[in-house]
Design a protein around this ligand. Structure first.
Ligand SMILES: NC(=O)C1=CN([C@@H]2O[C@H](COP(=O)(O)OP(=O)(O)OC[C@H]3O[C@@H](n4cnc5c(N)ncnc54)[C@H](OP(=O)(O)O)[C@@H]3O)[C@@H](O)[C@H]2O)C=CC1
Ligand SMILES: CC(=O)N[C@@H](CCC(=O)OP(=O)(O)O)C(=O)O
Length: 345
């Protein structure tokens, strides 16, 4: 195994799952973040070492790093050479590899759902497997950064893509106490096909995908959204025939008498100094957030009924950009470092 040149001045990082969609986005973001150094990129053990630009040809001459097969034994070799590992892996792989990395004093920023839910008994029901590490579930901090109140520890659990879109849309109303007690938010959200990852599957192949709902009541993001909002929701994800982006439409009932000014104040106050949330005066469009680290939010009120529409790029604010945002904060760097290309970086 080889690592690229290291500098003690920068946060030394690796990406596991760098051949996949969200890991690849993260590798690109890390490579342009002046405060971090991308020291290694890894895929599954069965893969041969391959240049990143062979997997993603648009990065030829921009990101010259090899994607190498990951083996757990590498963790020992990396001790003292790497500060943080970003895991863009299937949930169970993340759960298994995390303690191995932590044991070598390597921080973990996990993009999977392995450490998102605080109630361990929800894993069999919503993830289809029993969680083996209650101590790490307790230790992990869930990093919905706009609402993050506490310091980030060595194990960071990055929120899911749909929960980020829905929670950013509804948290201001919850925190301001504007939702009716008996309100069960109804959330319909449509994701582009990259949400399903890069691996080939008939159901997500281009000619098969139209627009359809799935995951009724049992999608793993439902308990995550409920954990964030502190109330039950009806969450129905949809798959649409576009590459990237999520559009979430959340319908709620407000307390009687809540005014338009109160709603506006709740959103403006919540996101006044939050650089990655944009409050719009028109309905969001996934085309305007695809390729950006933003979550766009808009609402319309009719008496006690409120519709909130939010949009983000599932691979960026819904995954890699949010992971970078959290790691920037964890290591004391500017929150948005690496997230904007060119003059905004
Ligand atoms: N896609 C999205 O919109 C979002 C994804 N996420 C989460 O990020 C994670 C990755 O998702 P995504 O990028 O879509 O997935 P992909 O299927 O595109 O990529 C998965 C990556 O993980 C690697 N991998 C799989 N198993 C192992 C293993 N046991 N050891 C080492 N590497 C392994 C794969 O390697 P190889 O290519 O060699 O098989 C591949 O590089 C998931 O947990 C997902 O839930 C989070 C938010 C949004
Ligand atoms: C379109 C599609 O299949 N989307 C995925 C969610 C995206 C993802 O990978 O989930 P996390 O955000 O939890 O990591 C799904 O419904 O399972």
């Amino acid at each position: 195994m080889s690592l690229t040149k290291q500098s003690t001045a920068k946060v030394r990082s690796i990406v596991l799952g760098a051949a996949g969609y969200s890991g690849a986005e993260l590798a690109v973001i890390l490579a342009r973040n002046p405060y971090f150094e991308l020291c290694g990129a890894f895929a599954s053990a069965g893969r041969k070492t391959q240049p990143f630009s062979e997997l993603y040809p648009r990065y030829k001459q921009q990101l010259d790093i090899d994607v190498q097969p990951w083996q757990d034994e590498l963790a020992t070799e990396l001790k003292g050479k790497i500060d943080v590992a970003f895991l863009a892996l299937p949930h169970e792989a993340s759960e298994a590899i995390t303690p191995i990395l932590l044991a070598q004093n390597i921080d973990v920023v996990d993009l999977s759902g392995a450490f998102r839910l605080k109630q361990i008994e929800q894993y069999p029901e919503y993830y289809g497997y029993a969680h083996q590490h209650p101590e790490l579930l307790a230790e992990a901090v869930y990093s919905l950064m706009e609402w993050q109140q506490t310091a980030l520890p060595r194990l960071i659990s990055v929120p899911g893509c749909y929960p980020t879109a829905c929670s950013l849309a509804l948290m201001p109303l919850v925190q301001a106490g504007l939702l009716a007690d008996n309100c069960v938010p109804v959330i319909n959200a449509t994701s582009g096909v990259s949400g399903a990852g890069r691996k080939a599957a008939l159901s997500t192949s281009f000619c098969e995908v139209g627009l359809s709902a799935y995951g009724f009541f049992k999608h793993r993001h439902r308990p995550e959204i409920e954990q964030n909002l502190g109330r039950k929701v009806v969450f129905t994800p949809h798959l649409g025939n576009f590459k990237r982006g999520i559009l979430a439409t959340s319908v709620v009932t407000l307390n009687a008498g809540v005014t338009a000014e109160q709603v506006k104040h709740a959103f403006s106050q919540a996101y006044a100094n939050k650089p990655l949330v944009r409050l719009l005066d028109h309905s969001p469009n996934v085309a305007d957030v695809a390729g950006t680290p933003y979550c766009d939010i808009y609402w319309q009120q009719d008496g006690e009924q409120l519709v909130v529409v939010s949009a983000l790029d599932n691979l960026l604010k819904g995954a890699a950009a949010q992971a970078m945002q959290a790691a920037n904060v964890r290591f004391g760097k500017p929150e948005t470092a690496g997230l904007f290309a060119g003059v905004f970086s």
